[in-house]
Design a protein around this ligand. Sequence first.
Ligand code: SAM
Length: 254
Amino acid sequence: MDRTVEHYERVAATYNEHWTYNPDYVRGFSHAIADALRLTGSDAIADIGCGTGLYTRRLYEDVQPTRPILCVDPVQAMLDQLPASPGLRPLHAQAEDLASGRVALPDDRPLDAIVLKESIHHMADRQGTFDGLVRLLSGHGRVLIIMLPKSIQHPLFAAAHERFQQLQPDPAEVADMVSAAGLRSSVSHRTFHATIERERYIHMLESRYMSVLGEFSEDELREGIAQFRHSYRDDPVLRFDDHFAFVKGSVPPR
Ligand SMILES: C[S@@+](CC[C@H](N)C(=O)[O-])C[C@H]1O[C@@H](n2cnc3c(N)ncnc32)[C@H](O)[C@@H]1O
């Protein structure tokens, strides 16, 4: 956990700049979240591992829930980037704290919808934590786990792709975890088109914008970026398909 916290503390200030391939990307993604969870204004929503709230703020604008969205993250520097808004309620905690009851939900009201966007891979005891989160759901609760597949098309260097594949959980296993927690589960796939200037992307690599890049020493990263520069020397603008698995779970009718 300490390594993860260190990583996100380091990238927090520039996270929004780095992860916004372009504004349409973020807008399209938030619509897809609202749509997949069928969110309505009366839902009590939590975004667990919300980071800087890059997507949560858009989600709030899209759905306009009457209750603020609970924005949960263990890295204070990430939460510090949340815009001050009556629609976003920060909670400095790990998913595990909520799951175990160490940290209570504000107002003790069950949640109707939980978003876990690119945070599930950070949880060590995934099933135990997820089971605990499911206990926080209302009778019509839904969960959406958004994750990258095991193999991605990002223009990373070869060693980063290999390491990513070793670390990334398989969405099919995550769907099994959702079923094992007693929810009805399904997996679908979405593709978002990313466009980014090569030089900006190099800056993102240098800043270790994906947590997998935190696995490399300074020298290894420099070597990887040199390989990247060579591979993309003729492409001033990079275009790639960003595929995501949307693993959904819903409380079965009683
Ligand atoms: C890749 S970022 C995703 C942030 C945000 N969901 C987004 O899509 O922009 C992963 C986030 O998960 C958070 N995180 C790491 N470990 C966590 C844990 N045990 N419980 C909840 N969040 C965690 C990190 O602090 C970080 O903000």
